[in-house]
Design a protein around this ligand. Structure first.
Ligand code: PRP
Ligand code: URA
Length: 213
């Protein structure tokens, strides 16, 4: 993977919150609130790549050529379930973004992604910028499937935003989709035999929704 398509966001506030997220004693409500907060930070950081267009305004003393985000079509695409917790933080950066949910789960035996909910128009506007939201990039299967779904809708600019990536997932995703940008706060050591990231944070969906039975 080249540095061109990887962005590592490790601001001290991000590292502080990631520690809370990894802590196994962090309860579900705090876990969700922390994902929301981290999503706000990482979406803000990812937005640094956005193109600008001129926006003329009048100050009380005269004209000024300011700027606006060039595209009017920002799409947030959370991968269910854990990506849902990133939406509210992302909305704080882009309150007028569209949200396009992508329902995928990992089959526990094969670790392959299974699609169960995608309701996105057959074609999105040519200048659409999509931020896929999912806290975990493990084997990379879910991320690759989500990008496939969006590329079938002619999306040209795709950013995959996660909180923890595995080296294996990063390699797979950048090989399958070298044209997208991957944003993460850290790259952990490796996957275990069940496809979990080590040391990771455990099961993000279960910890988010209190379903770790
Ligand atoms: C988790 C996570 C990712 C996926 C990553 O979801 O939120 O979507 O696993 O794994 P991968 O890179 O190996 O595909 P999960 O499939 O557990 O779904 P859930 O949150 O709905 O339980
Ligand atoms: N999904 C998770 O929630 N956690 C992992 O470590 C891997 C996949």
């Amino acid at each position: 993977m080249t540095n061109q398509n990887l962005r590592l966001h490790n601001h001290p506030l991000i590292q502080r919150d990631m520690t809370l997220l990894r802590d196994k004693t962090t309860p579900s409500p705090i876990f969700r609130a922390t994902i929301k907060n981290l999503a706000r930070y990482i979406v803000y950081e990812a937005a640094a790549d956005l193109a600008l267009a001129d926006e003329p305004v009048e100050t009380p003393l005269g004209p000024f050529t300011g700027c606006r985000i060039a595209t009017q079509n920002i799409v947030l695409a959370p991968i269910l379930r854990a990506g849902l917790c990133m939406i509210d933080g992302a909305f704080e950066v882009f309150p007028y973004a569209q949200v396009r949910h992508i329902g995928l789960y990992r089959d526990e035996t094969t670790l392959k992604p299974v699609e169960y909910y995608v309701k996105i128009p057959a074609e999105l506007a040519a200048d659409t910028v999509v931020y896929i939201l999912d806290p975990m990039l493990a084997t990379g299967g879910s991320a690759i499937a989500a990008v496939d779904i969006l590329k079938r809708r002619q999306v040209k600019e795709i950013h995959f935003l996660c909180l923890i990536a595995s080296p294996e997932g990063m390699a797979k995703l950048s090989e399958a989709h070298p044209d997208i940008t991957i944003h993460t706060t850290c790259v952990d050591e490796r996957l275990d035999e069940n496809g979990y990231i080590l040391p990771g944070l455990g099961d993000a969906g279960d910890r988010s929704f209190n379903t770790g039975e």
